[in-house]
Design a protein around this ligand. Sequence first.
Ligand code: ZN
Length: 108
Amino acid sequence: MALRLVTTGLRTIDTRRLKPMAKKADGHYQTPEHKQWRASVIERAGGRCEALTIDGKRCRKAAPDHRMFADHKVEIKDGGAPFDLDNGQCLCGQHHSLKTAQARAARR
Ligand SMILES: [Zn+2]
């Protein structure tokens, strides 16, 4: 199911000749399924970042003052379920960047 959606996105984007690195992500993030998942993840969190700071307190950033990101706890490229709410968390830009960098480092 998930793989088929990504493949469909790739084909669509190939005809538009977008940058090669953007293909897979764009295909996925444009699907109605992803938009619904993203909205649900952020809504469930009340629009607040779900990251915990070092002293165990929840990050205070929240929409609409801050842009919120629906993050895959286990990234799709690492085998995470793309549309499972349990694999989603709402993060502010700072924590989303941090998390993405950590996942990238762990992959090396
Ligand atoms: Zn945060």
